[in-house]
Write a new protein. Structure first.
Length: 469
């Protein structure tokens, strides 16, 4: 088996180089067609995705099948232009049916889509069976429309596909602002006087055209994946609509290029299914490794957030322990001493958490410089940096408690748990805005929270330095 692999490896390498030298005209046609389809279908599929009509492309692709078969039955030919208009008319009938059924019956849109898809696909298969029994020339290859046959593409197919792809992309560029407004806020677009019905009709036409030109490459069954998978993958890489559509187009074009290359190296493997496989792999990579929204990135962010919450909970617990210590009994008249030592049992008495987690948290906080070791065994104390951070957290916690009681009229017993959560999320700017809302001076240190505890001054660092001296 190893010797067979070695024997065939040079052939695959030679085919790979031959493809990239663009020596085979048919391979170039397939590559260009796949790239154009990938780009145009990915861009227009983004709007179907945003309007939560993701399966529309699948239904329209199935609805195109009887149009192709009817055109052949009537004219006994399957030229690209004839097949295009036959599929276009049939897809529009399917689109009309999907829109008409929910408006005039009690059937939901998803059920109407399923009914339309099933009916048109069954009708197309019946017509295909009828054609197979006809004594006419040129009927071979019609069944390839189910899964696509890019290798059979001719220059005339590429010309038609290129024209349609350019029309789709140019129309999206011209009406981009209108399409975006309708996709995100239909009511606002209507209030501006936009002709919603016209732009939705244009958008539907573009989707139908993209679906129809993709039938020969990808086929009826897999066309929905080309429309939706690129934009689903692109959502992991960007936030704005323009960037998302550009990324989706790039992914779609790249999948067309790679699938054409693979199909050329392994002729038994058609381009359409490989295009969907490549798109699925790109989606999997995006889902896992995208830097902002990927699964691994989210897991790491959640892990950092959990550690941050543990660290800040311990910091504030140590602040409360220092505040309650007999040495600070009269701290309202002097600076609060925050460098007193406390052991693990003292922290656990106020903060419920597993002992192992507490040990890990204390060790991490020592490495960060927030805690210092003491002469007492298994005891820690706040460092100046840790004390400053603990005071800021406590201040935010108690300011938020005041806000909830004063602005929302909550009772003191209901505000502590909510403040426990928000203290980890408030920024310095938001804390200052909270102070302005409560009309609290940043230098005030004698104000009390709803439980009667003093709110630390915003000048925490200088207060702590005074306590140390």
């Amino acid at each position: 088996m190893t010797s067979d692999f070695v024997a065939y490896s040079p052939d695959y390498w030679a085919l790979f180089l031959e493809f990239w030298r663009f020596e085979d005209a048919n391979a170039v046609w397939v590559m260009v067609g796949s790239i154009l389809l990938g780009i145009s279908a990915s861009v227009i599929g983004g709007f179907a995705f945003l309007r939560k009509r993701s399966l529309m492309g699948d239904a329209l692709a199935h609805a195109a099948l009887p149009g192709v078969m009817t055109a052949f039955i009537l004219f006994h030919a399957h030229t690209p232009l004839l097949m295009f208009f036959g599929a276009l008319i049939s897809s529009f009938l399917g689109l009309f049916l999907m829109d008409w059924i929910p408006k005039h019956t009690k059937i939901k849109p998803d059920a109407a889509m399923a009914i339309t898809l099933s009916f048109f696909f069954a009708l197309g298969l019946m017509e295909l069976s009828y054609i197979q029994g006809m004594e006419v020339a040129g009927k071979s290859g019609l069944d390839k429309i189910l899964f696509g046959q890019a290798a059979a593409m001719l220059p005339s197919d590429i010309y038609l596909l290129s024209v349609v792809a350019v029309v789709v992309l140019v129309t999206v560029a011209v009406f981009f602002q209108k399409f975006r407004l309708i996709a995100f806020n239909r009511s606002y677009a209507q209030s501006l006087g936009l002709n919603i019905a016209f732009y939705e009709l244009v958008l539907a036409l573009l989707i139908v055209m993209s679906v129809v030109i993709g039938l020969q490459i990808v086929g009826v069954v897999l066309m929905a994946a080309v429309l939706l998978t690129p934009v689903a993958a692109a959502r992991f890489w960007g936030h704005s609509l323009s960037m998302m559509l550009l990324t989706a187009g790039f992914i779609g074009g790249l999948s067309g290029l790679f699938s054409a290359n693979i199909s050329y190296m392994a002729p038994a493997m058609p381009t359409g299914p490989w295009m969907v496989v490549v798109l699925s792999l790109v989606f999997a990579v995006s889902f896992l490794f995208a830097p902002q929204r990927g699964l691994i990135s989210n897991v790491l962010k959640q892990r950092r957030l959990r550690r941050q919450v543990c660290d800040e909970n311990v910091l504030r617990t140590l602040y409360v322990l220092n505040e309650r210590h007999p040495a600070n009994r009269h701290h309202s008249k002097k600076a609060l001493a925050l460098d007193l030592p406390f052991g693990e049992e003292d922290i656990l008495a106020l903060r419920s958490m597993p002992l192992a987690e507490l040990k890990d948290t204390l060790a991490r906080m020592k490495r960060q410089g927030w805690l210092t070791a003491t002469d007492t065994v298994r005891a820690v104390a706040l460092s100046p940096t840790g004390a400053e951070r603990a005071m800021a957290l406590t201040r935010r916690h108690r300011l938020w408690e005041n806000y909830l009681t004063e602005q929302l009229a909550l009772t003191p017993d209901r505000v502590h748990s909510q403040a426990e959560q928000i203290e980890h999320l408030l920024t310095d700017e938001e804390a200052q805005a909270l102070e302005r809302e409560l009309q609290i001076s940043q230098k005030a240190g004698s104000l009390k929270d709803p439980h009667g505890r003093r709110i630390p001054s915003a000048q925490g660092a200088s207060e702590q330095k005074g306590a140390e001296s």
